[in-house]
Design a protein around this ligand. Structure first.
Ligand SMILES: Cc1cc2nc3c(=O)[nH]c(=O)nc-3n(C[C@H](O)[C@H](O)[C@H](O)COP(=O)(O)OP(=O)(O)OC[C@H]3O[C@@H](n4cnc5c(N)ncnc54)[C@H](O)[C@@H]3O)c2cc1C
Length: 285
């Protein structure tokens, strides 16, 4: 029998961590998963001057969090969720894995760079964020991959196993790939365009015909992860208790909108954890 967790927390940043810590204190079973522990937005902070009791940079912040994680027995599972399906229970998929939870807290942060015009418009109509999920749909086709950093090179290689050509628009210098059918472009495309589906990318030199565009980056827009999720621009629409329009799905941190700050993310992680606890029949905070 597969484990059904009380709550699955998706996102390895400070919002997800605080939610996982709070759920532990509330004695709820919790699966806390994320693409990476704490992530670049925490690890790379030069100096944090606005988080209570913290004096130091992102590495110092992470060291304090790791110490607390160990003391409190908080477990982190490294994986990238590629789909969240509402139901009783919810199913969270990550590549070949599927996890079950009675409630879900979405704490996937916000992508502040790399967005391209038309990206959202063509979501599900040729725009994808998951090479493993959708790569096979493009067997023998011309596709593009917008590769945010070298850590996503492997996903571009995976796509090359299906597509005739992968046009890799690398948003970093010095890109290289093993597959011979990957063409490197060291620029950001201007727009995704087409009719009912993606047909081309607009680039500086003109147009590049492609039938699919993969955005390989840290955070996918929340609506790409959860079908039917109500958003306001890039942010998930939440009530003050972190609840969304989907019963049992809560959101916390940058994913709910500005201000993009650690203290707000931590506070919302705590609130969402209490709300998930109440949703599952526990006492309200
Ligand atoms: C360089 C830098 C310095 C900063 N300095 C400060 C500062 O000094 N003070 C301050 O208050 N704020 C600062 N910020 C802002 C702060 O980093 C954010 O507000 C905060 O990290 C938000 O936390 P979060 O948990 O909501 O999101 P994030 O920290 O973005 O964490 C979300 C995590 O979820 C992961 N994720 C995304 N999608 C998925 C998925 N599908 N499956 C699994 N995991 C996923 C991401 O990899 C990411 O690690 C800084 C930001 C940057 C970039």
């Amino acid at each position: 029998m597969q484990t059904i967790y009380d709550v699955i927390v998706v996102g390895g940043g400070i919002a997800g961590y605080t939610a996982a810590l709070t759920l532990k204190n509330l004695k709820r079973s919790c699966l806390w998963l994320g693409a990476e522990l704490f992530g670049e937005k925490l690890l790379k902070a030069e100096y944090v001057r606005n988080f209570p009791a913290l004096v130091g940079d992102g590495q110092a912040f992470a060291a304090r969090l790791r110490e607390q994680m160990e003391k409190e027995g908080i477990v982190f599972t490294k994986c990238r969720a590629d789909g969240i399906y509402a139901g009783e229970p919810f199913t969270v998929t990550a590549g070949q894995e599927a996890y079950l939870g009675r409630a879900v807290i979405l704490a996937t942060g916000v992508e502040t760079a790399g967005a391209v015009a038309g990206e959202r418009e063509f979501l599900g109509r040729g725009v994808s964020y998951c090479a493993v999920c959708d790569g096979a749909l493009y067997k023998g086709k011309q596709i593009a991959a917008i590769v945010a950093s070298p850590k996503f090179a492997e996903e571009a290689e995976y796509l090359a196993g299906f597509a005739e050509t992968v046009h890799a628009f690398c948003l970093y210098r010095g890109a290289s790939f093993k597959a011979k059918n990957i063409v490197i472009h060291e620029e950001k495309p201007l727009a995704v365009a087409g009719g009912m589906r993606v047909e081309k990318l607009l680039v500086k030199e003109g147009e590049l015909p492609v039938s699919g565009v993969f955005f390989l980056k840290d955070s996918a827009p929340p609506a790409a992860l959860v079908g039917g999720l109500e958003t306001e621009g890039a942010a998930v629409k939440t009530a003050r208790d972190g609840s969304t329009n989907i019963a049992g799905l809560f959101a916390a941190g940058d994913v709910t909108g500005r201000p993009y700050q650690y203290a707000k993310a931590a506070g919302e992680g705590l609130v969402a954890a209490y709300s998930a606890h109440a949703y599952l029949g526990g006492a309200k905070a």
